[in-house]
Design a protein around this ligand. Structure first.
Ligand code: AMP
Length: 294
């Protein structure tokens, strides 16, 4: 595995692989790698010849008062994990490389449109503009055949997929299933912020999604009823959690569903323990009226 910070060197190395006929898979991350990130790398390893991973804590997707400064950073640890996961090129750009005019001086942005206004976008204004812009920059540098995103951040994956489609990027998007701890908590770089009691209570997030899945499987279709049952479970089992939202939304547009779930949907939530913000989701797709879950 090679570590590269200089974009010209990155381009040269990738171009050399391409001349030899290799396909390129790309895994963008913000580092603090865990088994979720490594599972994206494993899919890329399986499906493409050269695996490129980036580690870049993107300042423009953090809002004022969010955890940009304290976001966990450990490049040496990340490099060891990436190497062990079969990453060929680890791209570690500087802020100056990604934002030549500085994050505050950036004048050109990708506006991902209405899909970015709901759910996380409503809670974190400007977040997806920052995500879409940095992903497009990274894709321009790496020019992969496939790019790998986690279902953990489902709205991010769907927003980026839409951007790539509408801006005619010839990149194939892969959405990889969420890696979880034994008690169901989705792996996240932010889980390290949780204290012991918060960590125990955090299992309620996936338990509430599991409850939603079971009730839909049993025939329940009313979005409000499902959301209320999830909220009640979280209130009971995670009294330290402050819920930002628990929402059933259309998978195609992420618009919250009021009333009956009559189309493919994503059930997602955001919860805070102190200043630590956790998100999770499941997706339900209907085939001839029968629900399937991922
Ligand atoms: P991040 O470093 O948090 O920006 O995440 C980088 C990529 O890893 C994103 O595509 C995430 O959706 C994905 N990811 C994060 N956590 C998980 C997880 N628990 N399972 C699968 N993918 C994940």
């Amino acid at each position: 595995m090679r570590k590269v910070s200089n974009p010209a060197v990155l381009r040269r190395r990738i171009a050399a692989s391409r001349r030899g006929g290799a396909t390129v898979g790309f895994v963008p991350t913000m580092g603090a790698l865990h088994a979720g990130h490594l599972s994206l790398a494993a899919y890329a390893r399986e499906e493409t010849d050269v695996v490129v991973m980036s580690v870049f804590v993107n300042p423009t997707q953090f809002g004022p008062g969010e955890d940009l400064e304290r976001y966990p950073r450990d490049v040496e640890r990340d490099a060891g994990l990436a190497r062990a996961s079969g990453v060929d090129l680890l791209f570690l750009p500087s802020v100056a490389t990604m934002y030549p005019a500085g994050p505050d001086g950036q004048a050109v942005w990708i506006d991902p449109g209405p899909m970015a206004h709901h759910l996380e976008g409503a809670a974190r204004p400007g977040h997806f503009r920052g995500v879409a812009t940095v992903v497009v920059k990274l894709l321009n540098l790496v020019q992969p055949d496939r790019v790998y995103f986690g279902q953990k951040d489902i709205q991010q994956a769907l927003v980026v997929e839409r951007v790539l489609r509408e801006l005619a990027y010839g990149v194939e998007m892969r959405i990889v299933p969420t890696e979880r701890e034994a008690d169901g908590l989705a792996l996240s770089s932010r889980n390290v912020y949780l204290d012991g009691e918060e960590r125990r209570e955090a299992a309620a997030l996936f338990a509430s999604l599991t409850l939603a899945r079971e009730s839909i499987a049993a025939g329940e279709r009313d979005a409000g009823t499902i959301e209320r049952a999830m909220l009640a479970l979280i209130a009971r089992d995670a009294p330290r959690a402050v819920v930002e939202y628990v929402t059933v939304a259309g998978l195609a547009d992420l618009v919250p569903i009021a009333g009956a779930i009559d189309r493919d949907a994503v059930i997602s939530l955001a919860v805070r323990f102190g200043t630590t913000r956790l998100i999770d989701n499941i997706v339900v797709r209907f085939t001839n009226g029968k629900p399937g879950f991922s």
